[in-house]
Design a protein around this ligand. Sequence first.
Ligand SMILES: O=C(O)CCC(=O)C(=O)O
Ligand SMILES: [Fe+2]
Length: 183
Amino acid sequence: MHSVFTFPAAFSSAECDAIIALAHEDELRDAGLTKGQTDHNYRRADLAWLDERAGTDWVMTRIIDVVAQANRSHFDFALTEFGESPQIARYGADREGHFIWHSDIGDGAFAAKRKLTLVVQLSDPDSYAGGALELWPASHTQTAQTARGTATLFPSFVLHRVTPVTQGERYSLTTWAHGPLFR
Ligand SMILES: O=C(O)CCC(=O)C(=O)O
Ligand SMILES: [Fe+2]
């Protein structure tokens, strides 16, 4: 199935707090300056990479479990590995954090093998405005559920964006599962 799949309560509120705290154990990095990107109109966010933080095994264990369940019940993709670090992103109203329409499949060695994307809503939806994760899986767009701890999973080729945050700040946790190229 190539549609969007919602996995409620993948993480508890306390676990979302713990993941945000992990991100802040070191300084977040400007998404516009990592991975060779310099265009702030494309993406304006601050990032932390989970594999650069200690004591995060429990996060990865949960992600693997959620992806396995969703893949078994819904996607049935050929998945072989988690080849890239999960990413924690902060989109702040201070600079209208956002990410324009894009697909997650790119040219890089691992980006080309992305099959499934998982995004967890780490923030209480009442604590920010804007910052909607919108997806375009077929003929119309749909908005990801915002409840804290909810995971949204989708084929990595599906176009998606994050609308500008206008109040507060929104945190998300994004992970990609990899496998043989689509064919
Ligand atoms: O933060 C989000 O909701 C989405 C992040 C995203 O699309 C990405 O990192 O590729
Ligand atoms: Fe993305």
